[in-house]
Design a protein around this ligand. Structure first.
Ligand SMILES: [Fe+2]
Length: 257
């Protein structure tokens, strides 16, 4: 998709702030991560795509629901959180636009799915490695949609059974359907399988916006039954488990903090 208004400028600031953060000593970065690895810094080794013995070759910073108060010691990294907050808002609005189009397409009569309390920005900082050909193994995301952008090559997507480089123009975002969108559409929209190839770049930063439906209330699918609605909320809470992650946090609206 073409970049939403303001996305390029917000991404440029976010990448610069992220590079500064990830260049800090490990001991300092760990002061900005929660014990359950849901909020803020997530060190290398905590997340994998297929198998725990092949962790994704990156560190991450995770920013849920525009809740900066959830980041440990956030007052020491205010410019980074400002940049995350600005991009989160732009990406949330763009995602809501895509979902509104889907709602139209399916004649969906209720608002949503509502994503603002349950979606997050994840910044991935890739590590140098000369051994592995893949920095992340082939997988699908366990969300409704992922808006992906990177400052370097490597992302490959599966088209007609073949992995091929994703062509993302400078500043553009790739909207990738995840397995929750498959559930929402009764299987009509399949997840986009993807992986990250190792180009042995000196630096690679990916910025993802991962959109979830509400985690604490049923969401009626575009195609399906009330029973499916309960399943979608439960699936949204626990889909990270297949990547080694804890259950997704149930948060109040940012306005309620
Ligand atoms: Fe992914």
């Amino acid at each position: 998709m073409t970049p939403p208004a303001g996305a390029e400028a917000a991404l440029s600031i976010l990448r610069a702030e992220a590079a500064a953060f990830f260049s800090l000593p490990e001991s300092v970065k760990r002061q900005h991560g929660s014990a359950d690895f849901n909020f803020g810094f997530r060190p290398y080794g905590r997340q994998y795509s297929v198998s725990p013995d092949r962790p994704d070759l990156n560190e991450s910073f995770v920013y849920w629901a525009n809740h900066r108060s959830k980041i440990p010691n956030g007052n020491r990294i205010t410019p980074f959180l400002d940049a995350l907050s600005a991009y989160w808002e732009i990406a949330a609005r763009a995602t809501e636009g895509i979902l509104a189009g889907l709602a139209d397409r399916y004649g969906y009569t209720e608002p949503g799915p509502l994503i603002r309390r349950s979606s997050y920005v994840e910044v991935n900082w890739y590590l140098r490695d000369d051994q592995r050909d893949l920095l992340q193994d082939r997988h699908e995301d366990g969300h409704l949609l992922t808006l992906a952008t990177s400052d370097g090559p490597g992302l490959e997507i599966e088209i007609a059974g073949r992995m091929q480089p994703a062509e993302i123009q400078d500043g553009a975002l790739l909207a990738m359907p995840g397995s929750l969108l498959t559930a929402m559409t009764g299987g009509q929209v399949q997840p986009l399988y993807h992986q990250v190839s190792n180009h042995r770049l000196p630096r690679r930063i990916t910025v993802l916006f991962l959109a979830n439906p509400p985690l604490d209330q049923p969401t009626r699918p575009y195609v399906g039954t009330q029973h499916d609605a309960l399943d979608i909320a439960a699936q949204a809470r626990t889909s990270g488990a297949m990547f080694g992650l804890p259950p997704a946090p149930v948060l109040p609206s940012p306005l309620e903090c």
